[in-house]
Design a protein around this ligand. Structure first.
Ligand code: HEM
Length: 165
């Protein structure tokens, strides 16, 4: 599930973002090799396919003036962190050339950082390279039918169209 629900949903959201931001599609199409790396990172940030993880504190701490005790449960909301304007300039902008892109969609640095992050990047890069090469005008034709979930930002159905080459 870690490697499936995340990557395929990121790809689907990515196709929608290319529809909603045609200027960014044009930038990417103009230099597929040069832009794919940052574009894939931006799709993962902007979609944040995993919505949250929970942690149980092992020691007392202070978080944004809020005292927390050992045993307390805290929830990390990745989409929220990924739209934090103090960390990501102009976070509501989908920018395929964004660099640096210090998002936390794969988790924050630490022992549980996504084990499949490099594979996920490779999968998204390969898929978008093929999509943009073989069906460069692929676009969504209706809003997505979203999965009813507070854990995965998933898509059940996403109607699309493209011109066959
Ligand atoms: C866009 C794709 C992906 C996203 C957004 C994503 C996101 C995440 C997130 C947020 C975590 C939790 C990090 C934490 O608890 O601090 C995680 C953990 C994990 N991910 Fe991914 N993931 C993706 C793809 C994959 C793939 C392709 C695989 C494997 C094939 C994978 C395997 C794992 C595993 C095994 C963990 C648990 C690591 C641990 O707790 O030590 N993920 N991922």
């Amino acid at each position: 599930m870690a490697g499936n629900e995340t990557t395929r949903n990121a790809i689907t959201h990515g196709v929608r973002y290319l529809t909603e931001f045609p200027d960014q599609r044009a930038v990417w199409l103009a230099d597929i090799d040069g832009v794919t790396k940052t574009a894939v990172e931006e799709i993962v940030r902007y979609s944040s396919p995993v919505i949250y993880m929970r942690r149980t504190l092992t020691a007392p701490t202070l978080l944004a003036d809020q005292p927390l005790n050992a045993g307390d449960r805290v929830v990390l909301y990745y989409p929220s962190g990924n739209r934090d304007a103090t960390k990501i300039p102009n976070p509501d902008l989908f920018d395929v050339r964004r660099h640096p892109n210090d998002h936390i969609a794969f988790g924050a640095p630490g022992p549980h950082y996504c084990l499949g992050a490099h594979l996920a990047r490779r999968e998204l890069s390969s898929m978008f390279r093929e999509l943009l090469t073989r069906m460069p005008d692929i676009h969504t034709t209706a809003p997505p039918d979203l999965l009813l979930s507070d854990f995965v930002f998933g898509v059940k159905r996403q109607p699309c169209a493209y011109t066959p080459c």
